[in-house]
Design a protein around this ligand. Structure first.
Ligand code: NCD
Ligand code: ZN
Length: 348
């Protein structure tokens, strides 16, 4: 089977900085056009000058054979954001979106919020400038079960916020549960990114046959029933679901220890993983909607005119399962098995 799609966009990616940026950016730049770059560096990106400087470092690190790579910068929602600076950054085209992290929910989220309602003035700037709020929806209430945290956050924080600001565009990032799908179903102002790993795996894969640090991410991969709901939504072709890989590299030293860091690195083979999911669901004809056109429409851009071919064929070559950074860190690649079933060619 062969299918051609417009070059995909990745509407949620962590490119990091320094040696890690140098090592990972090519995986994204050779496969994707727009890349919504998350602002959760060790020092969060909270002003436009920092976002611009970060964009310059990303562009400088990208390889010469990048497709048509266009990093889109985000600011980290915090009290450090100056609203005039934000507005100017949006108007000048540097800032594409703002990301809300609940403090303590995930990697580099210490500077996040304790209540979404604390940032209404900021969201009003977004609504006013037709700019989306990207939300990591996960309760940090320790009394809420880890597998119920997305649903709890949606119930307690996101539904009230959406009702208060119906004109605010919201992207529910890395949706992981039926509750997340229901939120998007119920709110015209909302869309969602879905990751390759949340589509391909469920929590038994993470925990049943030896604990798998490489599948550990936030929000945590949930039940098979939740996974099935995500697959149904993503493969339906519906306009409000689109690819955001949430590719998030961590060195093995941070993954294989007493406390694994959250994040799955899937920029290398995430597209093949998604093709596998769509193929198994009998929905390969809707692949382009999910990877290349729905997200573009949501963010007000045309799909790429360049095309990429995916061909289902067994690949003999030994595919890399790790890469190393210049300073010697090793990172595990997610999805190498799917990559043995698909060959990907960029067309002229
Ligand atoms: C991300 C990271 O490592 O930066 N980790 C993750 O598990 N997804 C942060 C995030 O998006 O939650
Ligand atoms: Zn992320």
């Amino acid at each position: 089977m062969t299918i051609e799609i417009p070059v995909p966009d990745d509407w949620h990616v962590h490119l990091r900085d320094d040696d890690m940026l140098d090592a990972v950016v090519g995986y994204t730049a050779r496969r994707f056009r727009y890349a919504m770059v998350m602002p959760n560096l060790a020092a969060p990106i909270t002003d436009v000058a920092d976002a611009e400087a970060y964009r310059d470092r990303i562009v400088a690190a990208a390889p010469d054979d990048a497709v048509d790579f266009r990093p889109q910068m985000t600011l980290y929602c915090s009290s450090a954001v100056d609203l005039a600076d934000l507005r100017a950054g949006i108007e000048s085209g540097v800032i594409r979106a703002v990301k809300y992290y609940p403090a303590g929910a995930t990697t580099n989220s210490a500077a996040g919020g304790t209540a979404m309602a604390d940032f209404i003035d900021l969201y009003e700037v977004l609504a006013d400038t037709d700019t989306r709020l990207l939300v990591h929806a996960e309760s940090t209430d320790p009394s809420v079960d880890i597998f119920a945290r997305e649903a709890a956050f949606i119930e307690r924080e996101l539904i009230p916020l959406a009702a208060r600001l119906p004109e605010l565009g919201i992207t529910l990032e890395h949706v992981s549960t039926k509750a997340g799908i229901a939120f998007v179903d119920d709110h015209e102002q909302a869309g969602a990114t879905v990751t390759p790993h949340h589509l391909a795996k469920e929590r038994s894969d993470l925990l049943a046959d030896g604990m798998r640090p490489d599948l550990y991410c936030k929000p945590v991969i949930n039940s098979a029933e939740d996974r099935d709901a995500l697959v149904a939504a993503a493969t339906s072709g519906r306009a409000d679901f689109f690819l955001g890989t949430d590719s998030a590299p961590h060195p093995t030293t941070a993954k294989y220890g007493p406390k694994a860091k959250a994040g799955v690195f899937n920029a290398a083979y995430g597209l093949e993983v998604v093709a596998d999911v769509f193929d198994r669901a009998g929905a390969i004809d809707n692949l382009a909607a999910f990877t290349s056109t729905n997200g573009a429409a949501c963010y007000g851009v045309e799909p790429s005119e360049r095309r990429l071919r995916l061909e289902k064929s067994d690949i003999d070559a030994d595919l890399a399962t790790t890469f190393s950074t210049a300073n010697g860190d090793e990172v595990v690649l997610f999805g190498a098995d799917a990559a043995t079933r698909w060959s990907v060619t960029l067309l002229d």
